[in-house]
Design a protein around this ligand. Structure first.
Ligand SMILES: C[S@@+](CC[C@H](N)C(=O)[O-])C[C@H]1O[C@@H](n2cnc3c(N)ncnc32)[C@H](O)[C@@H]1O
Length: 226
């Protein structure tokens, strides 16, 4: 199974062996399956809130495990049917939490819950790789308020849609900007098109809250020359 460009970009950020990788909001589980296949971690934990999806994924994993003599559940992989906001991270492990494919506002809510439900002693060493569907300005504002710092950020186009892949950690002292200061390339046509799409969107939002959205527009306009 070939990963989409978006999921392949996330996959490519996991280069060092990990103890645990959390594929949160995993749906079909394509990302976690690819990570499992290349032994990117001792264990891949798949989390999604929809029971049918998780039951099917578990059956698939059991089939793959027996075909490849992979170890069973709770060893190399685990399927959790639950709200991502309630996950309990493990202490003393090198782990990455991936949350991708949900709206930026929901993603922020899940991150706030994960941070509230796990002790800072554990969570400070966790790397989070986030890829929201839109609402990145809100997400970035909230992540910064939580105290998360930037590790990396990039813009990608997949299936004619723009996405930001944002890597953050409590261990980073680099401030996460609301507009993704580090990810823009001044001469890149794709980046210019993405910026224009954001400006068009926030201009339409001005009639909802002129003061707030004018500030958002001004922040994006301050980034690069069009
Ligand atoms: C579009 S899929 C994303 C799949 C994959 N992560 C990707 O990026 O392609 C979104 C998934 O998020 C799951 N989801 C939404 N809210 C959730 C929550 N609070 N906890 C766990 N899963 C959730 C949905 O059930 C759905 O399967």
């Amino acid at each position: 199974m070939k990963l989409s460009k978006r999921l392949a970009t996330i996959d490519a950020l996991i280069t060092e062996p990990e103890d645990i990788i959390w594929d949160c909001c995993c749906d079909h589980g394509y990302l976690g399956l690819a990570l499992l296949k290349r032994n990117a971690a001792n264990k891949v934990v798949f989390v999604d809130i929809v029971p049918d999806l998780m039951a099917n994924l578990e059956l698939l994993l059991l089939r793959v495990s027996s075909a490849q003599s992979m170890h069973s559940n709770n060893d190399q992989w685990q399927v959790l049917c639950k709200d991502v906001g309630t996950i309990k991270l493990t202490s003393d492990t090198k782990q990455v939490v991936v949350i991708a494919g949900v709206g930026g506002e929901l993603l922020l809510k899940l991150m706030q819950q994960v941070v509230a439900n796990n002790s800072m002693h554990i969570i400070q060493n966790v790397r989070f790789i986030l890829c929201p569907v839109q609402h990145t300005y809100t997400l970035r504002t909230g992540l910064d308020l939580l105290g998360l710092g930037l590790l990396s950020e990039q813009i990608i186009v997949d299936n004619k849609r723009f996405y930001e892949v944002i890597e953050v950690s409590f261990n980073s002292n680099t401030t996460l900007s609301k507009t993704g200061d580090m990810m823009w390339q001044y001469d890149n046509a794709v980046h210019k098109a993405y910026k224009q799409q954001l400006l068009n969107h926030y201009t339409k939002m001005l009639n909802k809250d002129a003061l707030y959205y004018q500030k958002v527009i001004t922040d994006y306009q301050g980034l690069i020359d069009s």
